[in-house]
Write a protein that binds this ligand. Sequence first.
Ligand code: HEM
Length: 290
Amino acid sequence: MTGSSRPGDFDAVRKSVIDLLKQPEYDDGSAGPVLVRLAWHSAGTYDAETDTGGSNGAGMRYESEGGDPANAGLQHARLFLEPVKRQHPWITYADLWTLAGVTAIQAMGGPEIPWFPGRTDYVDDSKLPPRGRLPDAAQGSDHIRHIFYRMGFNDREIVALSGAHNLGRCHTANSGFEGKWVNNPTRFSNQYFRLLISEEWKEKTLPDSGIVQFAAVDPITEEELMMLPTDMALIHDQEFLQWVKVYAQDKNLFFEDFAKVFSKLMELGITRDAQGKITNSDNEKGGYIS
Ligand code: HEM
């Protein structure tokens, strides 16, 4: 592992994150996908109307948010990052989790995502997000819109963000769903969109739990791949479908849109001055020590 760093040296933190990505004993051999999910779930609690939730504060360290069943499995991601926090103790958890997400995406072949520092680990109890703000994979397009419009995203942005399901897998122990979306789940690409429209997805009920997901056999590897009900909603809803088709055909546009929208996700609930300094009132109570 690379050495310690001076406060504010985010490139050193990025290097430490890259060093830990390879995890031969874990899942498909990489910590990358679960780090991306940690970054997304840390931010995806945002509610624009009440200006609560979001990545600032790293509230998932505490039971009320960390113990939300929607966050099951993300303890692995937080544990992977502990040595990085020990090595660079000046960085806040809120910055570390979001920086690890964007670093992992790029290291797995994805786009470079604009990322800005300065989040605090101060948690204002009155701004803690209630449980139930993250999406439920068993639902359809109305639910998806309800969740993502609440954060301030439009249909095009929702589809672009969903392209993160190129990465990683579902685990029975975490969500009840099982399997991966693409045959190379540690390489960022637009394959998820291509498979959504090219394969014939058949409903499949998991024998032990009765949970319903969708299955198809990968034409190249002959492995079984999966889609969640919410993934299928992207091809059953005509507004979503047009963007699925665009991204399936145009990888560069997908990468460009994904970079913008993931960056926006990481910034939800954060206000900055012209110099980029966070101006949220509770940020005075602790940021990184520069
Ligand atoms: C994994 C649901 C949107 C990134 C998962 C899992 C579920 C899920 C059920 C499996 C978790 C497990 O069993 O370990 C959803 C739903 C979404 C959504 C319902 C919206 C309708 C997103 C977005 C991103 C994302 C917006 C990022 C931009 C990921 C990643 C994984 C994952 C990277 C793999 C994690 C791993 O391999 O451990 N998602 N997700 N998801 N999700 Fe999503």
